[in-house]
Design a protein around this ligand. Structure first.
Ligand code: PBG
Length: 330
């Protein structure tokens, strides 16, 4: 009790503040999402995500080399195909855009850890995450396509499969398909608690994946729900997920914490496009200090319980970490 206890005593000195710091960030925490597009020599800036690009394959490889050189050794790949179809079958092709990109990266950078996002929304003409029957995404038809896509990505050399569709039973089906094809060593990181969120807006511009009718509320979760997130996580663990994910991160730190307290499994959090773009926009206006806010956000996600942080800030954050081992703590 005061005056014996003065909590400020541990705050007067920068070194001491670092000694008693409960959370720290390192390059190992981050996964960098990247967009690959068909064509040659493309590096299209994404207007709603300043600092992010759609790369054609050879430029994607160059970007991966830069990431690897600074210590970002893990990426999450999204593809923008030349042609789309009704069911997203184009995502399962041997020479699909992501399959081609994976082979190209692995040839030059075998150590780069490649996580392949598995979903249909970038590959369907209607922009929904699966096959449409009677105006809605059909669960069981969709998980069959997702399993084919997963095996095709593993064959191309993907190190990890990350289904982001939110269909029921997809982890079990994908696990079985991977095992049957001999990929029993390939982990699944499941987007377990993925909410129907307005924060995905900039991503849908970047990936060309906005739904052409309706919304994703019949498969993604209601932002009002927290107990339901634990049920989703429960199911995915039972079905064989190796890592579970909460997405978005920032408005859902409570879900990350509940998942951390409840389950003994690595937890990933996706600091999504809208969360990134808001920081960029406010910083461009001079309203906030970008580095400080970025570091504070990433630290809060780690503090909430995330073991892995998927973030468009990965490159910037690691550059800052390399410049000073404890950013934002001086
Ligand atoms: C595809 C997918 C989305 C994101 C990751 N995978 C978009 C969506 O569900 O509409 C969002 C990522 C981001 O906003 O950064 N299903």
């Amino acid at each position: 009790m005061f005056p014996q206890t003065r909590l400020r005593r541990l705050r007067y000195n920068a070194t001491l503040r670092q000694m008693v710091s409960e959370t720290s960030l390192s390059a190992n925490d981050f996964v960098m999402p990247l967009f690959v597009i068909y064509g040659k020599n493309k590096k299209n800036p994404i207007p709603s995500m300043p600092g992010q690009f759609q790369f054609s394959v050879e430029n994607l490889v160059t970007e991966c080399k830069e990431l690897s050189a600074i210590g970002v050794r893990s990426i999450l790949l999204f593809g923008i195909p030349e042609h789309k179809d009704e069911h997203g079958y184009v995502a399962c092709k041997h020479n699909g855009i992501v399959q081609t990109a994976i082979r190209a990266i692995k040839e030059e950078l075998p150590e780069m850890y490649i996580i392949a996002d598995v979903c249909n929304c970038e590959y369907t003409t209607h922009g929904h995450c699966g096959t449409i029957v009677d105006g809605d995404v059909d669960n069981d038809l969709t998980i069959a396509t997702l399993s084919k896509q997963s095996v095709s990505l593993a064959e191309a050399g993907a190190d990890m499969i990350a289904p982001s569709d939110m269909m029921d039973g997809r982890v079990e089906e994908i696990r079985k398909a991977l095992d049957d094809a001999g990929f029993y060593k390939t982990p699944i990181m499941s987007y377990s608690a993925k909410y129907a969120s307005g924060f995905y807006g900039p991503f849908r511009d970047a990936a060309g994946s906005a739904p052409q009718f309706g919304d994703r509320k019949t498969y993604q979760m209601n932002p009002a729900n927290s107990n339901e997130a634990l049920r989703e996580i429960d199911q995915d663990i039972l079905e064989g997920a190796d890592i579970i994910m909460v997405k978005p991160a920032l408005s859902y730190l409570d879900i990350i914490r509940r998942a951390k307290d409840e389950y003994n499994i690595p937890i990933a959090a996706y600091n999504v496009s809208g969360e990134y773009s808001m920081v960029k926009a406010a910083a461009a206006n001079g309203w906030i200090d970008e580095q400080r806010v970025m570091t504070e956000i990433l630290t809060s996600i780690k503090r909430a319980g995330a073991d892995i942080i998927i973030t468009y800030f990965a490159k910037d954050a690691v550059n800052i970490l390399n410049a000073s081992p404890t950013p934002g703590k001086s």
